[in-house]
Design a protein around this ligand. Sequence first.
Ligand code: ZN
Length: 71
Amino acid sequence: MQDDELSFMEDMIAGTELLMCSTCGEETLHAHDEVLDVSPVATELKMQCTCCQTTRTWTDWTPPSRKVRQN
Ligand SMILES: [Zn+2]
């Protein structure tokens, strides 16, 4: 694999999550589709299966630390 291709793949993977797909019946890579809701503790996203294109919602519980203020 070429270096350019490899970094492209890494960029692709960075925007995806390994999630359970009910249509595929297994964990598959899901690409970020759109943000549905943002709260102080989590982000609700619409994710699309890269195998069958089925969309599902997914809650990312990673705190949006860049928005956290230290008091
Ligand atoms: Zn799928």
